[in-house]
Design a protein around this ligand. Structure first.
Ligand code: ZN
Length: 512
């Protein structure tokens, strides 16, 4: 396997091998070898939800994609700081009204009650789909001072102007020094101007249609407002991500992610703001997830072909024949590459559910496969080792989950054949058998974040079996002085909410 040798300044003497990874960079429009700014450490920022309503299935797909990327980067050996924000102010609708303020009026609640309500519901949904929490989850309203500071910096550097108490980013001034504006979304300046021409309606105080607000003067009825030298107002939506990403990850960091629909104007404007304020673009790699389709067509309310996560869980929709579990849906989503569109249909979900169950059954089967005594070498080893390595190779190719899943199913076929006796288990060496089990467990439960949701809530026997297996693997790793592996096992379990305790009578486990 290809790998990069890194000297780690934090450990002074240790040289760590991290396998190479190819990542598609939206900025260059091609796959690149991933080289983080600081060896071994990765900073990743993903645009989080605007908490004014329930998260929709397209958002869930995007967040699951980044959850798998987060898990895989950690699996490769990186220390990852993953920042995903909560937008609780400043995200305007087409008509210019703040989404949260509008919803608050509609539900007769305080804006912060709306924020609290939908943040809790968002977290619940992320837990249901078994996403790991990000390392930091900052709120836009918790970083207002920093946003005001960035507005000042952009003004002082000559890339913004004040008009009637609002501050606008000056696209023409920016373009003179940075003609690459529009590069990320592949738009030409003329097109950008055409797209945003309508924006002047209601914003006649702008100098140019392409300019966008980084600070907005609040209307008298607007509750969410902060005092500044320009006006009582609130920050623009694009500004918060510029501020929160660089506050926690530095002026430049490794990965910035989000849905394709955020490329323009959100991410394009983020790049412009950071460059205008700090002189450098924020992220090295831009990663974008694609959208959902329903029966081959774009999901849209006007076409009546939308479906919510809740409708999928209950089966209460004309588009599906039955209810699907969160893990079957998560498996279904992994069957599409994050950069491809994902087409939801009842047939595809039914097939995914079958595949998911087959995978879960294979984990049980594999964990029961045992040799009666240690076998040092086997004639099947040479055939099995490439199958064991294939899922890792596929994931190292721009996080190719569908191909990695297909590779895992090749392994599942062999595991089932060993179980039925079609293949002779004594022709597989003990280390290779162990690696087969390890690969299946690590990929399915760790990297893909799936779990068997068929077991009843109180039934932990399957779980106990799996954890005992991992405890054995860790004990073996410690015996071999393979501290990296033993730590990785312990950390992976901690991430799943399981704590190991080493005692005189061996290792036990508890839920954290
Ligand atoms: Zn954002």
């Amino acid at each position: 396997m290809d790998s990069v040798l890194y000297f780690c300044p934090f450990k002074n003497t240790t040289i760590t091998m991290i396998p190479t990874l190819q990542i598609y960079n939206s900025l260059s429009g091609k796959k690149e070898i991933f080289e983080p700014i600081h060896p071994e450490h990765v900073g990743m920022y993903v645009c989080g939800p605007t908490v004014y309503n329930d998260v929709h299935l397209g958002n869930v797909r995007s967040f699951i994609s980044f959850d798998v990327i987060f898990r895989f980067l950690k699996h490769l050996g990186y220390k990852v700081r993953y920042v995903r924000n909560i937008t609780d102010v400043g995200h305007l609708q087409d008509g210019g009204e703040d989404k949260i303020s509008k919803r608050a009026k509609l539900e007769r609640l305080e804006p912060m009650e709306i924020v609290q309500k939908y943040t809790i519901r968002f977290h619940d949904m992320m837990r249901i789909f078994n996403l790991l929490p990000p390392s930091i989850e900052p709120h836009a309203t918790g970083n207002i001072l920093e946003q005001i500071e960035m507005v000042r910096d952009i003004l002082n550097n000559g890339f913004a102007y004040e008009s009637e108490g609002s501050i606008y980013f000056d696209i023409q001034a920016y373009l003179k020094k940075h003609p690459n504006y529009g590069h990320l979304s592949g738009r030409k300046v003329d097109e950008l101007l055409a797209v945003t021409r309508d924006d002047l309606k209601g914003h006649s105080d702008k100098k140019h249609p392409a300019d966008f607000a980084i600070w907005m003067k609040a209307e008298p009825e607007h509750i969410m407002r902060w005092k500044t030298e320009w006006s009582e107002g609130f920050p623009g939506w694009h500004l918060e991500c510029s501020v929160m990403s660089t506050k926690y990850l530095g002026d430049t960091f490794d990965i910035h992610g989000g849905g394709n629909d955020l490329k323009f104007p959100h991410h394009e404007n983020e790049i412009a703001q950071n460059t205008a304020a700090c002189g450098v673009a924020p992220a090295k790699y831009w990663v974008h997830t694609n959208m959902l389709l329903m029966n081959g067509r774009k999901m849209s309310k006007s076409e009546g072909n939308t479906i919510t996560p809740e409708e999928l869980f209950t089966g209460d929709s004309a588009h599906i024949s039955k209810a699907y579990s969160p893990m079957a849906i998560r498996f279904f989503m992994l069957q599409s590459h994050y950069r491809s569109t994902m087409d939801i249909s009842d047939d595809a979900l039914l097939a995914a559910e079958k595949g998911y169950h087959r995978l879960m059954d294979a984990i049980k089967t594999s964990n029961n496969l045992m040799h009666s005594s240690v076998i040092k070498s086997g004639v099947l080893d040479a055939h099995l080792i490439p199958l064991i390595e294939a899922p890792m190779d596929e994931m190292r190719d721009d996080f190719n989950t569908p191909k990695a899943l297909a590779a895992l199913f090749d392994l599942v076929t062999k595991i089932n054949a060993l179980n039925t006796g079609q293949l002779d288990i004594n022709q597989v060496s003990s280390p290779v058998l162990q690696r087969m089990k390890e690969t299946l467990n690590t990929f399915v439960l760790g990297i893909f974040g799936l779990k068997d949701d068929r077991a009843s809530a109180g039934d932990t026997s399957t779980l106990d079996g799996l954890i005992q297996l991992l405890i054995q693997l860790r004990a073996q790793a410690r015996e071999d002085k393979n501290w990296a592996l033993s730590d990785r096992i312990r950390d992976a379990l901690t991430n799943l909410g399981i704590q190991l305790k080493d005692g005189q009578d061996g290792t036990s486990w508890t839920f954290v």
